[in-house]
Write a protein that binds this ligand. Sequence first.
Ligand SMILES: Cc1cn([C@H]2C[C@H](O)[C@@H](COP(=O)(O)OP(=O)(O)OP(=O)(O)O)O2)c(=O)[nH]c1=O
Length: 203
Amino acid sequence: MNDNSTRRIILASTSPRRRELLASLRIPFDVMASEADENTPDDWSPDRIVESLALRKAEAVYGRLADASQAGIVLGSDTVVVLDSEVLGKPVDEEDAAGMLSRLQGREHLVYTGVACLDLLSGARLVRHSVTRVKMKALSPEAIRAYVKSGEPADKAGAYGIQGLGATIVERIDGDYFTVVGLPLSMLSDMLSEMGIEVLTDP
Ligand SMILES: Cc1cn([C@H]2C[C@H](O)[C@@H](COP(=O)(O)OP(=O)(O)OP(=O)(O)O)O2)c(=O)[nH]c1=O
């Protein structure tokens, strides 16, 4: 069943990247910021963290809309970087960013992104994650300092953005590029299809 015309999509996110990525699917959507608690127990695995936080973000918006009996799908997403089993979120300041980059440089790490889709009317939910391996180039302290000073690391998991200046410090990736940027579009389109929203349809 193709339900594109009757159900709105709401992106539960403050991330401009996620908004741009979702826009590339060419389906109409609204954006609502979600204030979800992003703390998780220390012993949670990365897949559990990103799936749970994606769900929390979607549920925070779902809670504000469910009473209105609106037909729609709420999307939430969360991204972390994992190095040697340690989960790296966003750096708290420039020193933290430089520390993260000096550990990531010259080595491989994993980027996990979780996606949650909640159906506003039925309450049905789908939650999945995607993982991409990233090899970062060896970086001199000067290069790390210059990259931190660019401001790009500030609001990004692992203190880099592959879609920007960070492209110059990545050697290769193995997996889905969009998982690294924060919204795995191929996996998302499969999830939307399972919820009755087809991205590729005859106009
Ligand atoms: C590794 C990497 C991360 N990121 C970003 C994606 C996410 O926005 C951010 C991880 O933080 P998140 O907590 O996943 O998301 P957010 O707080 O930015 O947005 P939301 O409101 O949806 O919770 O890191 C990049 O943009 N490029 C990259 O290469």
